[in-house]
Design a protein around this ligand. Sequence first.
Ligand SMILES: [Zn+2]
Length: 718
Amino acid sequence: MNTIRMLTNELRLLWRSVLARLIVVLIASFAVLGMQAIDHADAMQFHGMGRTSLTMSLGASQYAALAGAALFAMLTLLVLSRDRRQRSRAIIEAAGGHGRVMATRIVALLGLAFLTALATLIATFLAHHALTSAPCELSPYLFSLGLILLPALWFAVLIAAALDLAFENLDIAFLSFGVVYFTGFTSPNYLFRWVQTSASVYSDFGGIEPVGRLVVYNRLFWTCLVTSAVLAGFSCRRHPGFSLRASLAKNAGRGILPATALVVIAVSVWVYANEPHLFPQDSIFRKGDLPRSEQAWLETAECHTQLQTHAKTLAVEAQYGFGKEPGPVEIEFITNAGLRIEVLTINGANAAWSPVPDSDRVRVSLPAGPRADVEFRYQGHIRYPRPGGLPGYITDHSVYLLEDCHWLFEPLTQAKGSVKMSGSVTAPAHLTVVTAGRLESVTQNGDSRTWRFAATGPELTPGLFAAEYSCQTFSVGPAQVEFYYSPKHETYIRAAGIANHIRDMLGFYQELMGLSAFDDLPLKIVETSVYKPGGHASLNVVTLAEYMLNRAKVSDPNTDPRFILRDMKTLAHELAHQWWGSGVAVAESGVWSSEGLAEYMAYKYLAARYPPQITHNIPGGWRGSASAHKYAYYRKDPRALERMRPALREKLLQNEIKGQAYSVLPLRLLAAEEHAGQEAIRNRLAEVFQRYRGRTLGWQDFTAIMGPGVIELEKEEP
Ligand SMILES: [Zn+2]
């Protein structure tokens, strides 16, 4: 009874203080400011995205958490140090026990944090109606404010309390909180980001879940961590007249506090070590430089996949047919670290595999003989390589599996001729499944459906997508187009005439190259979530991130060139990959890449359709990234690269190569147009495409047709 009276007393005291009231108002105001965060984001493509409760609630909670954690820590330190500052501790000590008073004050501060989150919820709800006509949904606001803002405030109170108890010194507590606070929103490790989480945007298409699971795990980890910090803080609490050491011994004598602190620390370490969502050593980071065996080559692949969307898992039976050299051969498969192999058979007999240390790869030995059949059975969930730009996820409402997430294990072998792929995907009946290649049949079985498909391509490119899609079909010349999009974005898609843009681009490319990318396969254009920005092309499937299909308002590319022209360029680039990348596979090395050809084609289209004053900055951008390395700080001082952290060096050099892959080739093609003439370059490119359609094109083959000396990649930029 006495405790409750103490608590209500403390709460009343807090509520009467002007500082506390000001803090509540400030946090709610930051939340309202943050509701438009998407328009101030680093990534320009997000600006102008259709506003929804999801994007607005995330911004609100991130802004409010950033301000709120700092303010609440300050308040906590001031409140807890009050007796020390006013030298009234002795009285309190005598009256009821200092420890109990401190605990009551901490609980009162946690209560104030809860009221703040509630006030913020009401403020953002009211602001939502003023800012947008989009429907105001409660659950995204509850998720964001309840799982991002509120825990951030609570953690701030508890961290500050632990520091005050441990140091009993305001200056040291302030400084050490500063350090914990800055790591809390700047750390590249998402588990350390307790203030602002690493989610930069929520998807209207994919929902909160794919990034929400990272938020939830982060909160679990920090709940353990701050609990142990507070328990440790109480274990250090000084007794009057005793030193820290003597107080520690005295507290330890009472037993339960320090022992519980140690247990919770152990639990935190376990939670940290068993993080289930990320795999930082993912092969995606070393895609180009993993060696591929030349003694075996993939000829066929058959995979049967069950999507268990409720459990967020998949189960796969995958059979690979290899041609090979007669002797025994060792090859590696890239897997996904979240998928567990259950069975491996080679030529029908059970076989063993060995994991490659610190990687997501496994090694397999193929016995002597001209062929080998390998069958894997595995299941599990998809692990992400990093907390943003996800290459794959599974939820109840959408499934996004690029070949890059290796949901279908990829053998590290060289392609020799084309690969025949076939298989099936079984998914809950409310989902429409889109696979690479041709859809052969769909059969219903209870409340699931099985989609059978077949594809032939120069390499294994098994993109797999599913969602509650609407579909528009149309034809452009000989090409059949299937356009899959979320019914939620239909209004914008129709008003912006996206299908007309697609028609126009495909018609333009068909004319430019003289032929369609594929004779017999439909082109599938698929809306996907913003969790992987931009677009992607796998065989005859092109994906587009939702923001291109869901802008806040319809704009004319001629007059509003900023992100609308950028959307057009992304769309034109991804469609151009149907010719370069899918129709003709490019044997990429360094600057020679399908990206350069797709960029060039997209520019030709935009330059033909829009005035030069809005398209001229595209070659300008290429020039910038082609020569960026010359002006980079680390290129000015030759020893800078040597002194750098290896991880940073690798990242910078990789970005350099990536930027050049998109820029050097199109610049050289434009230069070649200058002396050989646009007509000649266009005819030769069309000839390259016609001769290599369905095959792999190397740099030598390309220059052989383009003519000697017409395009030189090695030449220095003038
Ligand atoms: Zn591309």
